[in-house]
Design a protein around this ligand. Structure first.
Ligand code: MTE
Length: 325
């Protein structure tokens, strides 16, 4: 991005996959706010072991269904995912968000829904969450800066959420807006970007089964630095599309202008589909550094649509992806 931070690579601490799976498989906790009882005594030892070895902080999200959309690749460690972040409202360094967002208060939280829909309004996040079935989606995340991770998100399929607001026939795009509150997001006091952070999708992209509104990771509520309490996840697009800490969802007729596109239109576009054949003007997009794979990072080939082409390529048939980057 425009502000090239000095990237510090963190120690590689990949959670052992068996531990991770045991924890996810068997932690069936009752209710959103309270930790419930473990359902199977045979599993208790596994869970206790896994949790004791590497406890994941935060409140459990309770029952979470698995999904066929998840990759079977080993997720990055909780530490990687929560200490190497982009969240410019809390600073431009990779380790700024986890340090500076510690005290960010996200309760209560409301989301305003407006524009081309029949059920506009201001919705309480907790109520939206309670009314939603949660799924785990273990997705690849590919940042436009050429690094990547594998993240076990918990979220609500976006189509399920958006349909509740009854978008009308004029709704061709969905525009998402991050909170603007410089008293709570200190770096908004500086003109790093044109605040608030804004992103957009076509309605077809937003309704695609891969798209989720993430509310957690590793089975727990979303850490502040990852975009609490709710953020977009569109895994076939560069990470900057996955806007954090959303307070407004607007259905529009016109294509929204997203923050990075407004900031540097020759470098960042509206679509931002992961594409190894279209380089960023200042660096190649052919390969990516997988975070957590050692000091210099394992450089792996980047896949078209981040490997999700079978689910999304049809959305772009006839579109020149070099022009519509
Ligand atoms: N959302 C907001 N509001 N502000 C940001 O600075 N950074 C984006 C995206 N969402 C950003 C944001 C970028 S560039 C990336 S790569 C991802 O968040 C990073 O998500 P992560 O920190 O959870 O890995």
């Amino acid at each position: 991005m425009r502000y090239k931070p000095t990237e510090k690579i963190l120690a590689s601490e990949i959670t052992d996959e068996a531990d991770y799976l045991n924890r996810r498989e068997f932690l069936k906790l009752a209710g959103i706010a309270t930790a419930g009882a473990l359902v199977s005594s045979a599993c208790q030892a596994d869970v206790a072991e896994a949790v004791a070895e590497r406890p994941i902080p935060g409140r459990s999200l309770g029952k979470v269904a698995k999904s066929d959309f998840s990759t079977t690749a080993k997720p990055n460690s909780y530490e990687d995912i929560t200490t190497y972040n982009n969240f410019y409202e809390f600073g431009t360094g990779k380790s700024d968000p986890h340090r500076n967002a510690k005290d960010f208060v996200t309760e209560p939280w409301t989301v305003t829904v407006d524009g081309e829909c029949d059920k506009p309004g201001t919705y309480d996040f907790d109520e939206l969450l309670r009314a939603s079935a949660l799924e785990e989606r273990i997705y690849r995340l590919r940042c436009v800066e050429a690094w990547s991770m594998i993240i076990p998100w918990v979220g609500i399929p976006m189509a399920n959420l958006l349909k509740r607001f009854e978008p009308n026939s004029r709704a061709r795009f969905v525009r998402f807006v991050t909170l603007y509150d410089p008293t709570r997001m200190p770096a908004q006091r500086r003109p790093i970007l044109d605040w608030p952070y804004i992103e957009g999708l076509t309605i077809a992209e937003a309704m695609n089964p891969l798209t989720i509104m993430a509310v957690g990771l590793y089975g727990k509520v979303l850490p502040n630095q990852n975009g609490a309490p709710l953020r977009l996840i569109v895994p076939w697009k560069y990470g900057f599309k996955s806007i954090k800490s959303i307070v407004r969802i607007q259905f529009t007729e016109k294509q929204p202008i997203n923050t990075w596109q407004a900031s540097a239109p020759h470098e960042y576009g509206f679509y931002a589909n992961v594409n190894p054949e279209v380089d960023h003007p200042r660096w190649s997009q052919a390969r990516e550094r997988r975070i957590g794979t050692g000091l210099f990072g394992e450089k792996i080939p980047t896949q078209m649509f981040n490997g999700y082409g079978e689910h999304v390529a049809h959305l772009y048939s006839g579109l020149d992806l070099a022009k519509h980057y």
